[in-house]
Design a protein. Structure first.
Length: 231
């Protein structure tokens, strides 16, 4: 009991130090809403959104409001089924049926924890049944395929692959202005909350500010994001 109380106090102090809410943030999307900073977003903005799942209302609203160029990524049958139902997609949205990972290679996925929810996740060493293998790409290779040199908004809901992506973030070669990420940890996943803290500290060292936290969703801004990226 005392240890749990101490842990809660330490955690509260951690976020008091590192979380700095921004007044510019807004939230859009229905089933899976995301909070982000819209400043500088427009038709020239590039959004890499990894993890389609069963809902892309966030991405559709980005296109409707700001005209952003959006690349959706998802290797799973759940994501493919969602995209098929929504055809034809707006011309601003493209779909790549592959996963986002730290580097480009074939990765193993485990079956969803909840079959009706359909989120295929990073395979663990203990989960030897119901595994799948799908092609994944690192951020640099994704951008080469698209001919992009920067990302205005990186959104990730990728079932524990986010830690690998963030540890290989090409911040010195590719400007990424804003990151929205859901951290997965606990039962069914190979990560724990300490890995979330490590990721936050790594992003902080790379110049990102934590500006939003709700449940497992976090938003980070690189410096001042009020101006659009140079290309």
């Amino acid at each position: 009991m005392i240890k749990r109380l101490i842990d809660q106090v330490v955690l509260a102090l951690f976020f008091r130090v590192f979380l700095r809410e921004s007044p510019s943030l807004i939230t859009i999307g229905t089933e899976c809403p995301w909070t982000f900073d819209p400043r500088g977003l427009g038709p020239a903005s590039r959004v890499l959104s990894a993890g389609v799942g069963g809902d892309i209302t966030f991405e559709l609203e980005l296109v409707k409001r700001y005209g952003c160029q959006v690349l959706l990524m998802d290797p799973s049958p759940t994501g493919a089924a969602t995209i098929d139902k929504l055809q034809p997609l707006p011309p601003e949205i493209a779909f790549l049926p592959a996963g986002l990972a730290g580097k480009s290679e074939t990765h193993r996925f485990s079956a969803p924890i909840y079959a009706d929810e359909g989120s295929f996740r990073l395979a663990t060493g203990l989960d030897t049944e119901g595994q799948y293998q799908w092609e994944c790409y690192g951020i640099e290779d994704v951008l080469k395929k698209r001919g992009w040199s920067s990302i205005d908004l990186l959104k990730m809901d990728i079932e524990s692959f986010e830690y690998e992506v963030l540890s290989h973030l090409p911040v010195e070669t590719i400007p990424i202005k804003q990151i929205c990420v859901e951290f997965h940890f606990g039962e069914g996943y190979p990560h724990r909350f300490r890995h979330v803290i490590s990721s936050i500290l790594r992003l902080h060292r790379q110049g990102y500010r934590l500006v939003h936290r709700f449940m497992r969703d976090y938003t980070f801004l690189k410096g001042d994001s009020s101006e659009s990226s140079e290309r």
